[in-house]
Design a protein around this ligand. Structure first.
Ligand code: SF4
Ligand code: SF4
Length: 471
């Protein structure tokens, strides 16, 4: 979660590098600094690796990344790492257990600083491991203690393996409070009953029900709208394999429930490529895969190569919003800026796809008609590997934010609401959060503050009641 962001930082003085980069390969073959870089001879390199690990372990014993807070002889020692350190400290604070509980935060988790760990465990009554995902520290410290029981002493260990910390999901302070309550047999109520009742009531009465949806003006909404429409027009039970990015929302009603498989990055086209070979077993359903521009460079090129090489039948739709939107607009090789914002040569996605051997077209997903025509053409032929690049910048991208190409409004006299073919297709089906239903006037309404003026909703209204005026 912490890495899902980018932002400005104030740097200190940046050291000017005086050394010239030089690859020194002329030294002794076994010297890792000047010899050739390879894993052979394996046993010697393996022993060097172990030597390095020992050395790192020795350095970690006194590393400032490992911190200890609390009494030297606590009733309970929490051993933790990462953000769980903050959760643990908050839980100790809430339960006012500072005089009984100490917290050892390990910033260097491998190799473990075994002497530091042993020293702290020796003086503690019991141990609670607080860590996310696998019980890594827990298992490794237990192994250490089993190897030298006389040094660690007889201790009770709590953690994931004892069931005090959940094995699945992310942690939070409440979960640590629960574990401490169990260990110390404490009564603690997170919220009073009256507070809970009032909070539930507030949620029920004050917050409108909302589905998870794409942002106002998001090009992915338009893309999925068209993909969905084309699959219905084609009427062959075609389906879409999804990938990882904002557009994974295509699996939910907000994305018209378009995505039918969703796994790891790059998997969409890999899976689609497999489905695209099933024609030999009589499968006639058109297969679409979607991936973003960043995912394309990260991990969708190899499956595209495989699809072409294996003569698969599929249409890959690249939802190119010119950025890594979901994680904070980090640059990728398709952009004209590098990691530090400097100009950089962009790699053209269409050129790459054509070079691989895929029939490739590009269009703007806000141009619903053209997108529909191109996609329908591809899936109706349902032969070979096709790529449709839907290029439109993310509504939240720094280049686009604040700019509004169209002023949008509703012609209330023209709006026919429930009669408009799909019962308020704009607010109920297309569901841009900036489109709302005005109960009093019995007409659609555009929320000017939310609307980015992308203009695409004007294309979906069958009554021409959504008006766009170029700014
Ligand atoms: S604005 Fe158009 S699409 Fe929306 S409810 Fe009215 S007629 Fe239907
Ligand atoms: S123009 Fe229409 S689709 Fe685009 S942000 Fe505004 S209301 Fe939403």
């Amino acid at each position: 979660r912490l890495s899902h962001a980018s932002g400005n930082v104030v740097t200190g003085k940046i050291k000017k590098e005086t050394k010239k980069a030089y690859f020194d390969f002329k030294g002794n073959m076994l010297d890792p600094m000047t010899g050739i870089v390879t894993t052979i001879p394996v046993s010697i390199k393996h022993s060097l690796q172990h030597e390095k690990l020992h050395q790192a372990g020795r350095i970690f014993e006194n590393s400032g990344f490992n911190t200890f807070e609390g009494s030297e002889n606590p009733e309970l020692l929490i051993i933790t790492t990462s953000i769980c350190d903050l959760y643990a400290k908050e839980a100790v604070d809430v339960l006012k257990l500072d005089n009984k509980v100490a917290v050892l935060k390990l910033g260097t988790t491998w190799p473990l600083p075994s002497k530091l760990v042993q020293n702290k465990i020796q003086k503690a009554g019991a141990i609670l491991f607080v860590e996310e995902i696998q019980p890594f520290i827990e298992e490794n410290i237990k192994v250490l203690s089993a190897g030298a029981p006389y040094k660690f002493g007889e201790k009770t260990y709590f953690g994931k393996q004892s069931g005090h910390i959940p094995m699945i999901g992310e942690l939070n302070p409440d979960l640590i409070i629960k574990a401490l309550q169990q260990i110390f047999n404490l009564e603690y109520q997170f919220f009073s009953n009256s507070y809970k009742k009032a909070a539930d009531k507030a949620v029920e009465n004050c917050l409108p029900e909302r589905e998870i949806a794409f942002c106002p003006g998001c090009p992915h909404r338009a893309s999925f709208f068209t993909i969905n429409k084309v699959l219905r027009l084609n009427n062959q039970d075609g389906f879409t394999c999804g990938d990882i990015g904002c557009y994974s929302l295509g699996i939910l009603p907000g994305g018209f429930s378009t995505i039918k498989t969703l796994h790891a990055m790059g998997s969409g086209t890999g899976i689609a490529s497999g489905f695209g070979r099933f024609s030999q077993f009589g499968m006639t359903q058109p297969v679409i895969s979607v991936c973003g521009d960043s995912t394309f460079f990260h991990s969708a090129i190899p499956p595209l190569v495989n699809a072409v090489h294996n003569e698969s039948n599929l249409t890959m739709v690249i939802l190119d919003n010119s950025g890594t939107a979901m994680t904070g607009f980090q640059p990728h090789p398709g952009l004209l800026t590098g990691t530090r914002g400097e100009p950089a040569p962009g790699v053209d996605i269409a050129d790459v796809c054509r070079a691989i051997g895929a029939r490739t077209k590009i269009c703007d997903p806000f141009d619903l008609e053209k997108t529909e025509k191109n996609l329908l053409e591809f899936i109706e032929k349902n032969r070979g590997v096709n790529v449709l690049i839907l290029k439109q910048i993310c509504a939240l991208s720094p280049e686009k934010k604040g700019s509004k190409p169209f002023n949008m409004s509703i012609d209330e006299d023209k709006c026919i609401g429930e009669e408009c073919g799909c019962n308020k297709i704009c607010t109920r089906v297309f569901s841009c959060p900036a489109l709302i239903w005005n109960q009093e006037k019995n007409s659609a309404l555009i929320n000017d503050i939310l609307c980015t003026g992308c203009g695409v909703c004007a294309e979906i209204c069958p009554a021409d009641a959504i008006l766009r005026e170029k700014i």
